[in-house]
Ligand binder design. Structure first.
Ligand code: B1M
Length: 208
């Protein structure tokens, strides 16, 4: 637990080298990989996300801490493959049409990867047709839609409808600052997640 709190602290201090070294140490001490990801890296990032929302920390700190978390994830990723940990499923994600925000999406991605999902990232400004093509190609277990603008929420609605129309069984999770559970219900998404950790929990439930 002491080591996990050191990892969280190193993420807050955006000290990539220290995060990497501490994660390597935890791996050497045979700490469970899920513990390292969830109690160390993700929990560090989530705490910072909460502080960002309350105005205690600012954007540049989020960015550098996300990079520090990435340095830790880079140690973990090859181990997941080596350990032959069965892939939980394929998670296909993108920021909807006309929306260029991707910082939150990238955090969501890192956390899905760390939790054993294969992530297919379509990037930003993704039109419905591109989601449809990618679903055909990758056959994801879960599709994630991200929107940060009140003006692009309507595109999230349109994309959800297009996907459900073409592939009715597709499980869709939506998220991003302006999104709410009410909105998710209204547009027929399967789940809403307010942060990356909750998104993984809901994905696990949807495929479980
Ligand atoms: Co923009 N922007 N921005 N911006 N930007 C906001 C969103 C805004 C609230 C700022 C403001 O006015 N106060 C505002 C939206 C207002 C509104 O719609 N009501 C806004 C605006 C207006 C704009 C422009 C229109 C500005 C302009 O040009 N006039 C423009 C639009 C561009 C476009 O998209 N077409 C624009 C541009 C930009 C930048 C390019 C400068 C930059 C984006 C850089 C990038 O992403 N690469 C940017 C940024 C950085 C922001 C703020 C400051 C921060 C967003 C962010 O990254 N948050 C934002 C203000 C704010 O939020 N305080 C703002 C950190 C991130 C970790 O949180 O993305 O919420 P978030 O992700 C969280 C959760 O939401 C959740 O998990 C994440 C981790 O916990 N989550 C999911 C996210 N996606 C999920 C998906 C899931 C599940 C959970 O499942 C699939």
């Amino acid at each position: 637990e002491q080591l996990m709190s050191a990892i969280r602290e190193a993420v807050w201090n955006h000290d990539s080298k220290k995060v990497k070294a501490l994660v390597e140490q935890a791996v050497a001490e045979q700490v469970d990989i899920n513990t390292i990801v969830n109690d160390g890296l993700v929990s560090g990032m989530n705490a910072l996300g909460a502080k960002f929302k309350s105005g205690e920390v600012f954007m540049p700190e989020i960015l550098v801490s996300a990079r520090a978390m990435g340095a830790g994830m880079a140690v973990i990723k090859p181990l997941l493959a080596q350990a032959g940990i069965k892939e939980k499923g394929i998670f296909l994600i993108g920021t909807v049409k006309e929306d260029l925000h991707d910082i939150g999406k990238n955090i969501v991605n890192a956390i899905f990867e760390g939790s054993g999902y294969k992530v297919v990232d379509l990037g930003i400004n993704v039109p419905s047709e591109k989601f449809i093509e990618a679903i055909e190609e990758h056959k994801p277990d879960i599709v994630g839609l991200c929107a940060l603008l009140t003006t692009t929420m309507v595109n999230m609605k349109e994309t959800t409808a297009a996907i459900k129309n073409k592939f009715p069984g597709t499980k869709i999770i939506v998220g991003g600052a302006p999104i709410t559970q009410n909105f998710a219900d209204e547009i027929g998404a399967d789940a809403y997640a307010q942060d990356a950790a909750v998104a993984v929990e809901k994905a696990n439930m949807l495929i479980g």
